[in-house]
Design a protein around this ligand. Structure first.
Ligand code: FCB
Length: 466
């Protein structure tokens, strides 16, 4: 059956400032958390490629936006880098602002809707050195940054987002010890997660204020983007498996869903955290701030589900209670390069959950994509990468999205992650995601892959052209 997508359904590209811009020392940009880590130990990055390079978007933004246009993509998301827009005195850096004004103008000229996110794991290093998200002052500094961005670009950007995947920093930096500073400390992780929830809420408050004061477009909207990994456990779960599911879902998904739909945090999760001495420190007045956290819509990044079961050990290495162990589903299919399960139906299950539990909240698929190593293997005689696996991946996911929409899910769009190959954190350029290849040995030159033609034809069918 030929896949079709409805008219008015956004089809676009997802990317981020720190993964694409490069030009890390231009415009008096500040050092980021990633630049610092790269300087400290570049061997932690695949092929020793640190954060400095991106995919040259800073120089090639015009070419890239025109490429999007040529594929009929109608929207794209990127992020402002805090380190480029602000100086250390928390004032606007006009050179950095000039770059983002150029990007806005170029999107407009090409009639592409720009979705702008404010934070994609990229803390300025001087703030990280002061404790990062563990420090309440950093929360305040983020609100100043958000206010500055709303005022500066208010008339140029319609769709704003406070955070991309706010769960990732608490997880990667504080819980799993995967990213610098490699901690495994659930309690500090919870404090970080709580402070990010506050920072998000303060930014939404600033957004509403800026709107009232006439700085924003009348129809401007604010949202939150998260990887709401749909949670599953065994088919015949024990009460302990269900408990593992409750806390995993609570910390990873409901925490952000409740915050962004009702301005609260899940009471059952906070109670469990309190009972085991892991509750974050809250201050009087915080509840009022959190109430501002309600957004206009949500972005759902979907790569893989979460499968959990009751933990074998009751406590972790640091002596904190353990809520769950991973569960390996015997039927799982893997993206072996990234180590992520491929489960397209998860996208539908999330849509149905939204319909049931948060019927007033619209959402879009803000990221979905497939990273593959050594794509050179798949070149045809003309040198074009034949990424049929990617086409299949996107098609399978979009089919489940369409089914969710038919059954009443309020899903309004789909952004493919990494339309142009980009830099991926500690994996650097190991896995390529793009519909468009970046030639690292050829000055970052762009080349279409087979999937680019496929997505173009898909959008042409939506629009009745071609
Ligand atoms: C997501 C991130 C994004 C990208 C993809 C592959 O978790 O939001 O920056 O690296 O994974």
């Amino acid at each position: 059956m030929q896949l079709t997508i409805p008219k008015g359904f956004f089809m676009g590209a997802a990317m981020s400032g720190p993964q694409t811009e490069g030009a890390y020392k231009k415009d008096h940009r500040l050092e980021s958390f990633w630049d610092h880590w790269s300087d400290l130990s570049v061997s932690d990055f695949y092929n020793k490629v640190g954060s400095y390079v991106g995919n040259d978007f800073y120089e090639r933004y015009e070419e890239d936006i025109k490429l999007f246009k040529s594929l009929h993509l109608d929207s794209f998301r990127t992020s402002i880098q805090w380190t480029r827009l602000m100086d250390q005195d928390q004032k606007l850096n006009p050179e950095g602002a000039a770059f983002y004004h150029k990007v806005c103008a170029c999107a407009k000229e090409n009639d592409i809707e720009l979705f702008m996110n404010l934070y994609h794991f990229d803390m300025p290093y001087y703030l990280f050195a002061r404790g990062g998200w563990e420090n309440r002052e950093v929360v305040e500094a983020y609100a100043v940054y958000a206010r500055t961005a709303f005022r500066e670009f208010g008339k140029e950007i319609r769709y704003w987002f406070t955070f991309n995947e706010p769960i990732v920093e608490p997880d990667q930096e504080y819980r799993h010890g995967a990213w610098y500073p490699f901690l495994k400390d659930e309690k500090r992780g919870m404090q970080v997660q709580y402070h990010i929830a506050l920072a998000h809420s303060l930014a939404v408050r600033e957004f509403r204020k800026a709107k009232e004061e006439g700085y924003l477009l009348k129809d401007a909207q604010i949202g939150l983007i998260n990887a709401f990994a749909p949670p599953y456990t065994k088919e015949d779960p024990t009460p302990e498996d269900l408990e593992a599911l409750r806390m995993t879902d609570g910390i990873h998904n409901r925490w952000w869903l409740d915050l962004s739909t009702s301005g609260t945090l899940p009471g059952d999760v906070l109670e469990t955290l309190k009972a085991c001495g892991m509750a974050p420190e809250m201050r009087p007045g915080d509840e009022e701030i959190l109430k501002c956290g309600r957004v206009d819509w949500l972005g759902f990044n979907y790569y893989q589900p979460t499968r959990v079961q009751a933990p074998k050990e009751k406590v972790d290495e640091a002596g904190y209670p353990k809520f769950a162990d991973p569960y390996i589903w015997p039927e799982r299919r893997m993206n072996v390069y990234r180590g992520w399960e491929i489960y397209p139906k998860g996208i539908y299950d999330f849509g149905m959950k939204m319909k049931r539990e948060y019927p007033d909240m619209k959402f879009f698929i803000s990221e979905n994509g497939m990273g593959v190593e050594h794509e050179d293997r798949f070149r045809n005689e003309e040198g074009e990468i034949q990424d049929d696996y990617r086409i299949e991946f996107v098609q399978d996911h979009l089919e489940w999205v369409m089914k969710a929409i038919e059954e009443g899910a309020n899903c309004v769009g789909y952004h493919y992650w990494g339309v142009i190959d980009n830099w991926s954190w500690s994996n650097a350029f190991k896995n390529r995601y793009g519909f468009i290849e970046v030639d690292l040995m050829g000055n970052y030159q762009r080349k279409l892959k087979k999937s680019a033609h496929w997505v173009k034809a898909l959008i042409e069918r939506r629009d009745g052209i071609g």
